[in-house]
Design a protein around this ligand. Sequence first.
Ligand code: SIN
Length: 510
Amino acid sequence: MHYDYLILGSGIAGLYAALLAARHGRTAVVTKGPIEESNTKYAQGGIAAAVGPGDSVATHREDTLRAGAGLCDPEAVDVLAREAPDRIRRLTELGVPFDSDEGRVALGREGAHSRPRILHAGGDRTGDAIETVMVRRVGEAGVDVFDRHAVTRLRIEAGRVAGVEALDPDGRSVLLNAPRTILATGGSGQLYTLTTNPAVATGDGVALAWRAGAVVRDMEFVQFHPTALRLPGAATFLLTEALRGEGALLRTPPGGDRGGRRFMPDYHPLAELAPRDVVARAIATEMRRTGRDHVLLDISHADADFVAARFPGVHQHCLRYELDITREPAPVAPAAHYQMGGVYTDHWGRTTLPGLYACGEVANTGVHGANRLASNSLLETVVFAQRAVEASQRGDAAAPAPAGTIPLGLAGETAPPDRAALQSLLWSNAGIVRDAGGLAAAAAAIDAWGPPPPGLEGATLGNMALVGRLIVEAARRRTDSRGAHYRSDAPAQPADTGDAHLSFVRAGAP
Ligand code: SIN
């Protein structure tokens, strides 16, 4: 089958790219699960943009750079903050029902933002609202959708990405051809035991691009969301940072000397609204100190009707477990949430492979640095999806590889016996706190597994092991602490942080 554009992935990045691409030619979306199943659907807090009174593009830019701990690409951040208001306008025109308050757009506050800047929809159901609109619009635009199709290979012809090989729902091989492929496959939270990400977030895009010879960058930076629900028998579930933006406090559980104590002021002047890496590490420290598997997130002091209306998704989800957040605190713990690293792109979504573009969580555009500012992720998708389509129409060549890219020869493709084996290995050895010994042990364990078995789950396990190995390798080579990458054997962030990234390419790639 021949198309002008293949879009891999069906979160907001993929569907927004598909809508724009469809204006230029035949477009197909290829996605592993049902079309709506993606990280986007589960996003709660919202989408950041400097659209409120007293806010400015410059302030948004500064906040993003500060959270990124010296590793953001300032030009990419400039693009992000500058183009944000236009993309919000476009999403509104497409029908995204952003919440308003007395006729003005309602803006929430999240960690490390110096202003209320987060647009939301349906209270804390922002992602679901966006995904629903995008799915409808893509249908109306006549885009073909290959759902439940798992891409197994990017096909290279004459030095260009020329299409993909995929497995259909019955396990049959399908070939799709296109001169332009846009990778929008999302992240890899499933590599960790606790994650806010759905089962489809297995790092497939990074693995596909790596095998095809694309450069990947910043793989050591995995963001752990500080507050995921931690109840016995309940699946991990995000409790949005917007709760802290509305005044929720973090306390240790009752009991012991520090029982019931609000602890974040001990760690950072911004307390509960400190950057996400700071809050996640503080919670992990308190959990270690108290010997508990959680801390408490408490918004019970706020007006109950307000909490129920502003956070209907969280409120109702918790009620299923007989936990009423308007009356009592919720047990929470950090969980893997977002991959800051990914397939390297320039400011136009171009990867280092001709014919291959990337946007959204799978891409490493440079906007997040070592630690993503809350709610910049949905924004990044629409800013760089549009740029990728525009660049592809100009017939742009590939991005040059970043200076200092390291050719990396890994021991060979392996797969864990099951997801849990990889998840617990990375959770313990390449999680919130890392050290040289644990990282070396993780690398050795991954290298010692056997080759991926045939079939879809085997391919997925192979992708997960490969992405895990890249995370471990980058974390081993970054021997200081920076943003979300924290080494207990080198905890101090050097005063001269420099701007050195770790970029890898498969040894022997053309
Ligand atoms: C949240 O709602 O806390 C998540 C927002 C984000 O990850 O940007």
